[in-house]
Write a new protein. Structure first.
Length: 190
């Protein structure tokens, strides 16, 4: 996978309400959503495919210790400015070069669907977790036909974990406006 399309998108990536979380209502909704499923701070979080670091910053501001990883140097440049207290690593989310058994949470937003082998990637993500760790995925099947349905994502997660809970995210407050496609949060605890 190449970083070029993501490098090109970095400068304007945060303009989408759900990417930049600049709107206080959208930001508060994401904060509440994530805090409801994460262990309490200062849990250690691996934010895989962190992009410009929006969720990294959201969680860092809440007292979490967050390591963001992204394939795009340009996305990471923006992320480092946005969340200077977090650690950022250049790397591929499909095979993250992070310490195994070191994280309480693996968080990944809109990445699983682009991976060539989601099942293999998920197995690597689970290996990053401490015993009792949580996988938190935000995914969707967009009106363009891209993405994964909740059922497809759940099947991927079940290749490595037994417990999977899916929560639909159709509420406009998460996206800065109404959505017509399938969006969801998937949580898997050990």
């Amino acid at each position: 996978m190449t970083s070029e399309p993501w490098d090109s998108a970095a400068a304007t990536f945060d303009e989408a309400p759900d990417n930049g979380l600049a709107d206080p209502a959208v930001r508060a909704a994401w904060r509440e959503l994530l805090l409801d499923v994460l262990p309490p701070a200062p849990a250690q979080v691996a934010d895989l495919g962190c992009g410009t670091g929006t969720l990294t910053r959201l969680l860092s501001d809440g007292g979490y210790r967050v390591d963001g990883l992204d394939l795009s140097p340009e996305m990471l440049r923006h992320a480092r400015r946005k969340a200077p207290g977090a650690r950022f690593v250049l790397g591929d989310a499909a095979d993250p070069a992070l310490e195994r058994a070191a994280y309480d949470v693996v968080l990944c937003r809109h990445v699983l669907w682009v991976l060539p082998s989601p099942e293999d990637a998920l197995a690597r993500w689970v290996a990053l977790l401490k015993p009792g760790g949580v996988v938190v995925l935000v995914e969707g099947r967009w009106s363009t036909g891209a993405g994964l349905t909740a059922q497809e994502a759940e099947q991927v997660v079940r290749t490595a974990r037994t417990e999977v809970v899916v929560r639909r995210l159709g509420d406009a407050v998460y996206w800065g406006g109404p959505v017509q496609d399938e969006r969801y949060l998937l949580v898997s605890r050990a």
